[in-house]
Design a protein around this ligand. Structure first.
Ligand SMILES: Cc1cc2nc3c(=O)[nH]c(=O)nc-3n(C[C@H](O)[C@H](O)[C@H](O)COP(=O)(O)OP(=O)(O)OC[C@H]3O[C@@H](n4cnc5c(N)ncnc54)[C@H](O)[C@@H]3O)c2cc1C
Length: 334
């Protein structure tokens, strides 16, 4: 009977679970389809530009996550972001938005690099490995890769991936868990990346939340000068996130189709209308939970299957960490 625990997804939730399970002496195998560390805290490089096109910063309010952040700060994988962060009001006003925020260094995926590097070598994530199917039953779960390849037999499983992907993988082996996961809704987000050849004029702020006028939709919800974050070297790399409603309406368009209107909205909000030397858009089909479960995690002890992710708790990166951390507390003790 296999004893090891397989964790599918090495984002913040999967790594939090791996950390706590290995600390409790459990053997863990981690699989992630991404080519490298990141998940929704990914960083894209193009020339000298570096873009945090997913999660832009994290907050740390819970002592368990604060302790982990302190370790990442000490090891140089993270830094406090004391940038000029504001809220652009719908009446044209600008108000400060002071909250303690942290970023990964030299990109947001520094957080994932740091957490993965802390695991015992035998539990290092296997990047570029998508779990395509789960079969078997309690005590002997079999994972199959994309090409039908055998990824091994495991006593228990943790799925730390977005809800729709949980539904797909658990529909047959664990239909009740799949049904619970199906209740969560994740909203999409189109992310625009702009790289400028020279410095752009100082516009008085480094990042801004964009308020919606009463009942009206706005194309953008967030703009940031990523190059001004700590450890980025000041490159003129900017990211703009489209609002959930706008992203939903334009979800099936191509990146080429959305860059024009998003760039126009960026120019209107910032006054920066210089031609970018680099422009790209990335579609996050499942970006942030608009209807999280609030349960913290899902766990079926009889099946030996746990499920974690931000969507089990709240729409922030810290919630992803806490979800995996709390699930592992239960599974490590069981
Ligand atoms: C555009 C955007 C902006 C955001 N802004 C913020 C912000 O400013 N502040 C904040 O706190 N949060 C923000 N977030 C949310 C934050 O990024 C997430 O809450 C957090 O990263 C989720 O972590 P996770 O581990 O739950 O999921 P993920 O990061 O999605 O990790 C899941 C992992 O599973 C892997 N995977 C999926 N399916 C499979 C499979 N079948 N087999 C193997 N591997 C698989 C994926 O490659 C991925 O690495 C933002 C997210 C987005 C997309």
């Amino acid at each position: 009977m296999p004893h090891a625990i397989a964790i599918i997804g090495a984002g913040l939730a999967g790594l939090a679970a791996a950390r706590r399970l290995t600390a409790a002496g459990r053997a863990v195998s981690l699989f992630d389809k991404g080519r490298g560390p990141g998940g929704r805290l990914s960083t894209r490089r193009a020339g000298d530009w570096r873009f945090d096109h997913g999660g832009q910063f994290v907050t740390a309010r819970d002592p368990a996550f604060q302790a982990v952040m302190a370790g990442l700060l000490r090891a140089g994988h993270a830094a406090r972001w004391d940038g000029r962060i504001v809220r652009l009001e719908s009446d044209g006003g600008i108000s400060p938005h002071p909250v303690e925020r942290f970023v990964g260094t030299p990109g947001m995926n520094g957080l994932i690099h740091g957490l993965a590097a802390d695991l015992p070598a035998a539990c290092a994530p296997r990047w570029g490995t998508r779990v395509a199917a789960i079969s078997g039953g309690p005590g002997d779960w079999h994972l199959q890769g994309e090409d039908g390849g055998d990824l091994g037999h495991f006593g228990r499983l943790v799925l730390a991936i977005p809800a729709p992907q949980v539904v797909e993988l658990l529909r047959i082996p664990a239909p009740a868990l799949a049904e619970q996961a199906a209740a969560a809704i994740l909203a999409p987000c189109w992310a625009l990346m702009l790289g400028f050849a020279g410095p752009v004029p100082d516009i008085g702020w480094d990042a801004a939340f964009i308020a919606a006028a009463g009942g009206e939709d706005r194309p953008l919800s967030w703009i940031a000068h990523d190059g001004a974050k700590p450890g980025r070297g000041g490159a003129a790399s900017w990211v703009a996130h489209a609002s959930p409603d706008w992203s939903q309406r334009h979800l099936e368009e191509t990146a080429d189709q959305v860059t024009g209107p998003l760039r126009a909205a960026f120019a209107a909000a910032t006054g920066i209308d210089a031609a970018p030397a680099f422009i790209a858009a990335h579609r996050w089909r499942y970006a942030l939970p608009s209807r999280p479960l609030r349960d913290g995690f899902l766990f079926d002890e009889t099946l030996g299957i746990g499920v974690a992710g931000d969507w089990c708790l709240d729409a922030r990166a810290e919630a992803a960490f806490l979800s995996g951390h709390h699930l592992a507390g239960v599974m490590g003790a069981a």
